[in-house]
Design a protein. Structure first.
Length: 594
RNA sequence: GGCGGGAUAGCUCAGACGGUAGAGCAAGCGGCUCAUAAUCGCUGUGUCACGGGUUCAAGUCCCGUUCCCGCUACCA
């Protein structure tokens, strides 16, 4: 039995549908990784959910004329369905508005408070006079006191680049409704990061294997840590679990503090849902368990500093010492896997400028595996990467459909026509062994790359097997071997075995297609399991949808699976439909190119 | 402004530890016809952003410059 692997996937924010840049950062990489880990025998727990608190949710809710909860429900539904469609194999994809999550956040808050890592402090802050809500700096604009630019933001002037304090803006106004913000002194709780910096530094020093940019960025953050406010004047969020605070309608724990705790609360919820309430501990308390966290680069600070800081505080392991909290001594992240950004025409996806490709639209027109393939082979793994429709069409048609899809098609189709079943291999020669050796050797090679989250290179190596198989068929010319049926059958058998091996290698990337190939080879049952949407209930709370799946029952293993001679074969249908090449020039109707 | 990342063939990108630049696509030529007009073989191409430095040797290390991208912690 393999070790326990926790796959913690960044929580998509539920203020709107997610675009393909989002899922290229956290979604596809984490799923490829988890599927590979399961196939190679590890006990994987993959958790996430929608992140549903915070000012932007409230603002968007007002814009759409509904309550924050209604808005969260709406986009939780959209996002859950998108991720299900993409085939992301979460053991639990839940949300931050559950009773369970509130309880875990409050328990963690209390533990940190008791250990002295969460402290009350008075601070000046902007609030909206009409609603009484905290007005984040980014929602304030006004005239820059330094250069006189009229549309300076509360935290920074886009014109002169200086960092600003909203108090200093001339004629400050709310971007939400235009009113002038009120600056008041309010009491809030702060996470005392400086008292955790020493322990964080010690922990980080052991992480020499991380990607250098994540390490450098994190070390820099540690050099200048300040206490950070974790509550706000808001009516939307987890209540502060202390007497005198609990019932205040306008004091809430703020979203970034509660969202990262979701990794823990979702693990606990998962254990309850499978009827084994202590099961989460195998991933969180066993020191041998590994925790991999997947996110876009904008999220590094929360995962390399703040979340580990919260965990250290709960464990009583900062400068103030303290007791181990109610959850036991929790594991810190083993690995932070951060992606760069998928860009469009060289800049960030932007909802406001309409420069955006939503996951739902994409899946409806092109299906999950084409997107998964593109992100895996051309995604923003090491640097920002531009998405273009022409590149997408080229990758899909020439690589996915022509090389891989057509290999499956030609091999199965020939065996079907000549034999009607998986043929016997009674005349094996060196060329056959050579090809089989290549595909078997690839498991080790591709596996090592996947373990290190080198997805692009892993995919290239897997596709190398596909190319070799195409070359083998062309060289052996089985269609010319009508008078040597035994040799012909052996060639076809070898080709089908390598199709099977390549399919296994590609399963983490292309699980939907992998299931089809599995069946095309005359097998049955579930090869690669898919997540399903289930409606679950909670005591004292409303029902909600989650993603879960029966992944332990899938057949896929990270090894060569022998094909069974005699298994009947059907005439295959193309694995991947080809895209109209004009799509590359124009884009789809819903995202026309200029 | 501060911090980080990037700049390599027409295009998209690889290039731990420094040792005379790689892959795929596109282009040209040839083969094959089993297959989704699919596939297989052969053939080119680069002042590795710019300027200095260290070194026997630098795309790779150091300094400076330019351009692009991101973050800058009250966006999440």
């Amino acid at each position: 039995m393999g070790s326990h692997v926790l796959t913690s996937v960044a929580w998509p924010y539920a203020n709107g549908p997610r675009h393909i840049g989002h899922v290229s950062g956290f979604g596809v990489p984490s799923d490829v990784f988890s599927r590979y880990m399961r196939m190679s025998g590890h006990q994987v727990l993959m958790v996430s959910g929608t992140d549903e608190h915070g000012t932007p949710i409230s603002v968007q809710a007002e814009a759409e004329g509904m309550t924050a909860r209604e808005l969260a429900d709406k986009y939780n539904g959209v996002i859950t369905s998108d991720l299900q469609g993409l085939g992301l194999s979460y053991d639990l994809f839940t949300r931050t508005t559950t009773r369970n999550h509130y309880r875990v956040v409050q328990d963690l808050f209390t533990a940190l408070f008791k250990n002295g890592y969460v402290v009350p402090k008075k601070a000046m802050g902007a609030v909206s006079p009409s609603t009484g809500r905290t007005l984040p700096d980014r929602y304030i604009e006004g005239t820059c006191p330094i250069c006189g630019y009229d549309n300076a933001r509360g935290d920074q002037c886009d014109n002169c680049g200086n960092q600003l304090d909203p108090v200093d803006l001339i004629n400050p106004r709310s971007k939400i409704n235009g009113e002038a913000p009120k600056f008041v002194e309010t009491e809030h709780f702060f996470l005392d990061l400086p008292s955790l910096a020493g322990s964080l530094e010690k922990w980080l020093a052991t992480k020499t294997e991380w990607r250098p940019n994540v390490l450098r960025f994190s070390h820099n953050l540690l050099a200048d840590l300040k206490p950070r406010a974790i509550t706000r004047d808001l009516d939307w969020g987890v209540p502060v679990p202390l007497d005198g605070w609990r019932d205040q309608p306008m004091k809430r724990i703020y979203v970034w503090f509660d969202a990262v705790i979701g990794y823990l609360s979702a693990s606990i919820e998962w254990a309850q849902r499978i009827g084994d309430p202590d099961a989460w501990k195998r991933w969180w308390l066993d020191p041998d368990a590994q925790g991999y966290y997947f996110m876009g680069k904008d999220n590094i600070v929360f995962h390399s500093v703040i979340w580990p800081g919260i965990l250290l505080g709960q464990n009583g392991e900062g400068d103030h010492g303290g007791e181990v909290g109610p959850f036991g001594k929790l594991n810190l992240p083993s690995e932070i896997v951060s992606s760069e950004f998928l860009t469009m025409s060289g800049s960030k996806f932007s909802t406001s400028r309409g420069q955006v490709i939503y996951v739902g639209d994409f899946l409806r027109d092109f299906g999950p595996d084409a997107l998964r393939y593109f992100i895996s082979v051309a995604g923003p793994e090491n640097q920002d990467t531009d998405f273009t429709w022409s590149e997408f069409v080229r990758r899909t048609n020439f690589e996915l459909a022509n090389e891989w899809g057509n290999l499956v098609n030609r091999a199965v189709s020939m065996a079907h026509k000549q034999v009607g079943a998986v043929p016997e291999a009674n005349d094996q020669r060196d060329v056959d062994h050579e090809l089989l050796g290549l595909s078997r050797g690839a498991f080790d090679e591709v596996g090592k790359l996947l373990q290190r989250s080198r997805f692009k290179q892993a995919m290239s190596e897997a596709m190398r097997v596909v190319s070799a198989a195409n070359a083998y068929i062309s060289n052996q010319e089985p269609w010319k071997l009508k008078d040597q049926p035994e040799r012909r059958d052996t060639v076809l058998n070898t080709a089908l075995q390598v199709v099977s091996d390549a399919n296994t290698l590609l399963t983490p990337f292309l699980p939907h297609a992998a299931q089809k190939v599995h069946e095309a080879l005359g097998r049955d049952g579930v090869w690669a399991a898919q997540p399903e949407i289930r409606t679950v209930s909670e005591a004292d709370g409303p029902d909600y949808p989650v993603l879960m799946g029966e992944y332990a029952a899938e057949q896929a293993r990270w090894q060569s699976t022998p094909i069974r001679p005699g298994a009947p074969l059907q005439k295959p249908t193309p694995l991947f439909p080809k895209l109209d090449e004009s799509l590359g020039e124009t884009g789809p109707d819903w995202a026309k190119l200029d």
